[in-house]
Design a binder for this molecule. Structure first.
Ligand code: AHG
Ligand code: MN
Ligand code: MN
Length: 335
């Protein structure tokens, strides 16, 4: 079996990117070890603090963030980083080639119930002329990412990675090495499995309500298929399932916080997951356009997310296009 470093070198990944990925993995292995110790390490439960999103931080959100931050800031490969758990970007080495954005612990509501969580990361090339302590330095659209991935902390610890040449998965062995376990992952084009937090149904807009209604209508409905549903409340776990057996994942805009485009964050959730999904032959949209074409305005900006099996995501796109066309016609008629 091929080791992560061996595989990356064999695939002509630039040496400094290999080094950066290894560095990120050294922090993720430490997070994995803490998660394995769980209650024994006194790491469960919440802190007294909130992050910039107004969410109460779990102890492990903070521990994971500190581990990754410390590891990256000591490296001469990282010019700066932006994290879900840091209000402001953190400047590192001004000569370094890369910027890293990350969600140190995704799915943190699962920590205390011992269910799958993950770390999500995105790597961008640092551009000269920007101060890495300022958010402008990071505001590149997702299609410019040079690498993206997640580490899933579940029954096994799995790294899912793209450097722009397909998606590969690596499993962490007891010997501390990641080994290639799935090469060139491909998502089935269509699915019979969807993931959405159904408790928000009454807050969605019309096209999403219509689409989910049609999913629930099964073989008698316009989609002509019976669908199954899953919701783990950890984007890493949902995306991993989709990369493994297909499916569609949605966290759309809703009227609970109407001014925000969605719950998930563009730069360290939407973009890296979109790169993985698209590199595996799927599609990822914000209901209107491809997520990786969204021009970010803020590092903590939110985004509406619909991703997964291509045909199904395109059906959601079509429902939204039909709704906009209908709204335009209605506007013209009333004018
Ligand atoms: P995080 O733990 O980093 O804040 O992210 C949680 C996200 C995502 O992983 C998941 O899909 C979603 O929030 C779950 O949201 P609900 O609790 O609203 O279902
Ligand atoms: Mn998250
Ligand atoms: Mn998080």
């Amino acid at each position: 079996m091929q080791r992560l470093t061996q595989f990356l070198k064999h695939n002509e990944t630039p040496a400094d990117l290999v080094e950066l990925i290894n560095l990120l993995m050294s922090a993720c292995k430490e997070i994995n070890a803490k998660l394995n110790d769980g209650e024994l390490a006194g790491i469960l439960g919440a802190t007294q603090t909130e992050n910039i999103q107004g969410e109460t931080q779990k102890k492990l959100d903070v521990i994971s963030n500190d581990l990754i931050k410390l590891t990256l800031s000591e490296s001469d490969l990282v010019r700066g980083m932006a994290s879900e758990e840091e209000d402001l970007p953190v400047a590192c080495n001004p000569e370094a080639p890369y910027l890293v954005t990350f969600d140190p612990l995704d799915g943190s509501s699962n920590i205390d119930i011992n269910v799958t969580v993950g770390t999500i990361f995105s790597v961008l090339e640092a551009q000269d002329g920007f101060d890495p302590a300022e958010e402008h330095a990071y505001l590149q659209p997702g299609y410019k990412q040079v690498a993206a991935g997640y580490v899933l902390y579940g029954p096994s610890c799995i790294l899912c990675l793209t450097t722009g040449d397909g998606v590969n998965m690596f499993t962490l062995s007891h010997n501390g090495e990641f080994y290639l376990t799935r090469e060139q992952v491909v998502i089935p084009e269509s699915t019979q499995e969807f993931a959405i937090n159904m408790s928000n149904l009454r807050f969605w807009d019309e096209p999403i309500q219509r689409y989910v209604g049609d999913l629930l209508a099964g073989e008698e409905g316009p989609l002509g298929k019976r669908y199954n549903m899953r919701w783990i409340a950890s984007m890493v776990a949902e995306v991993h399932r989709i990369l493994t057996r297909g499916g569609i994942f949605m966290y759309p805009w809703d009227s609970r916080e109407p001014k925000k485009p969605g719950k998930l964050r563009l730069m360290y959730e939407g973009n890296p997951m979109s790169m993985l999904i698209e590199q595996a032959g799927g599609r990822s949209i914000n209901t209107q356009i491809d997520i990786m074409n969204v021009q970010p305005k803020h590092i903590h900006e939110r985004v509406s997310v619909v991703l997964g099996s291509k045909q199904d995501v395109e059906t959601v796109l079509k429902y939204h296009q039909e709704a906009s066309a209908k709204a335009k016609t209605a506007e013209k008629t009333s004018a």
